[in-house]
Design a protein around this ligand. Structure first.
Ligand SMILES: Cc1ncc(COP(=O)(O)O)c(C=O)c1O
Length: 387
């Protein structure tokens, strides 16, 4: 057989980090001591109380069967309580909350439940690449909504009137990947008004809602009056609880949208392992001090990296959210050329900004999910390179 992948596979690029992994492996094979500021995977273990809850639940044979399609009622109730405590939003756990296999799964599948062939999906740009690819896989057409320095708030004025009229969905993400940008409720109020005006579903990706610094607390889009008619929000256990490998998150908000996604998912997957759901409850209901300690570590790394990059003549912002630094490349460089230079001349991996959309060109992203000493060493190499 001569295998030719489906056209939809040919049409999507390899995942950004699959390509970065390949380049890092090649550099390491040359014997280089590579420092990776590439992928954003927290370098801390999952807190012991969550691991222990999994261990216990996995030993209980009642967890060994197909889970409920809509998730354990106890988990949905726990999520509703957590959201009320954190954001003051009162959600119905039966109709307004659905567990996911990680928020990435929801980002990919939500357009399948919302868009028809050729429908437009407005995607924050620069943004998590899965908004664009998930849209394409579902037959939709991604159209960027520019996020520009210094605030990286959506520029709805830049969306053409006929695109807004034909759009079915809008993706936003604060605290933002890759920019680290944060916003206040006014940004969500404007987005809700824009979506109501044009009859668009607002999908807010809140994967980094708990990764914030300097006293800043990220709001939920569902805090906006009337948001529940037009908005859903995706949450993740990955970054808050260091559970990237466990694959669990949730969607909350507009019940008709939650129902449509749920109907799709009953046909695609059979729910998250019940033992993982029980462990997730232990996370939501357990102590938070581990997170506060970690946030101090991330903030310290951020300050080390910001100081180092400034010494090297770059001008990074000091973000109040996420664990990313979104850094303008030096004059005369592109995202790709600067990332290649850092790898070739300093054995440093960063994510080239153009991998996050056309408005990411001219930037690179540093992820601060590596030990302080490696951050220091990386900054020393960049200082040396600048000299
Ligand atoms: C903005 C954003 N959304 C969603 C995800 C996916 O997270 P999860 O592990 O919940 O699938 C990521 C992961 O890096 C992300 O950066």
């Amino acid at each position: 057989m001569t295998f030719k992948p489906a056209q939809r596979i040919i049409d999507i690029p390899p995942y950004l980090f699959a390509e970065l992994d390949r380049r890092v492996a090649a550099k390491r094979a040359e014997g280089a001591d590579v420092i990776s500021f590439g992928v954003g995977d927290p370098d801390f273990p999952t807190p012991p109380h969550i691991v222990e809850a999994l261990r216990e639940a996995a030993g209980d044979p009642s967890t060994h069967h197909y889970p409920s399609y809509s998730g354990m009622p106890e988990l949905r109730a726990s999520i509703a309580t957590w959201m009320q405590g954190r954001f003051g939003t009162k959600l119905d756990p039966d109709t307004e909350i659905l567990p996911l296999w990680g928020s990435k799964e929801g980002v990919v599948h939500l357009p399948w439940a919302v868009v028809d062939d050729g429908d437009i999906v407005l995607c924050a740009d620069p943004g998590y690449p899965v908004y664009d690819v998930g849209t394409r896989l579902a037959g939709g057409r991604p159209v960027p909504v520019p996020l520009r320095a210094p605030d990286f708030v959506p520029d709805f004025g830049a969306v053409r009137a006929d695109d807004a009229a034909r759009a079915k969905m809008l993706w936003l993400n604060y605290p933002g990947n890759p920019t680290g940008a944060t916003c206040d409720l006014a940004v969500f109020e404007e987005a809700v008004a824009f979506c109501k005006q044009h009859d668009i579903l607002l999908a807010h990706d809140a994967a980094y809602s708990e990764i914030t610094y300097d006293g800043y607390r990220a709001p939920s889009v569902l805090e906006v009056d009337g948001a529940r008619d037009v908005a859903v929000e995706l949450h993740s256990f990955s970054k808050t609880f260091n559970m990237t490998g466990w694959r669990i998150g949730w969607i909350a908000g507009a019940p008709d949208v939650v129902e449509a996604l749920g109907r799709l998912k009953t046909n695609l997957d059979s729910g998250v392992f019940n033992a993982v759901q029980r462990a997730a409850i232990a996370g939501l209901e357990g102590p938070r001090d581990f997170l506060d300690e970690q946030l101090e570590v991330f903030a310290r790394r951020r300050d080390i990296a910001v100081a180092g990059l400034r010494d090297a003549g770059l001008d990074p912002p000091t973000p109040k959210g996420s664990f990313f630094l979104w850094v303008r490349v030096p004059d005369g460089e592109s995202s790709t050329s600067f990332a290649a230079k850092l790898l070739d001349e300093a054995a440093i991996v960063v994510a080239p900004g153009n991998g996050y959309g056309e408005f990411g060109e001219g930037y690179v992203r540093f992820s601060l999910t590596l030990a302080d000493a490696r951050v220091e060493e990386g900054m020393e190499r960049i200082r040396k390179l600048a000299r």
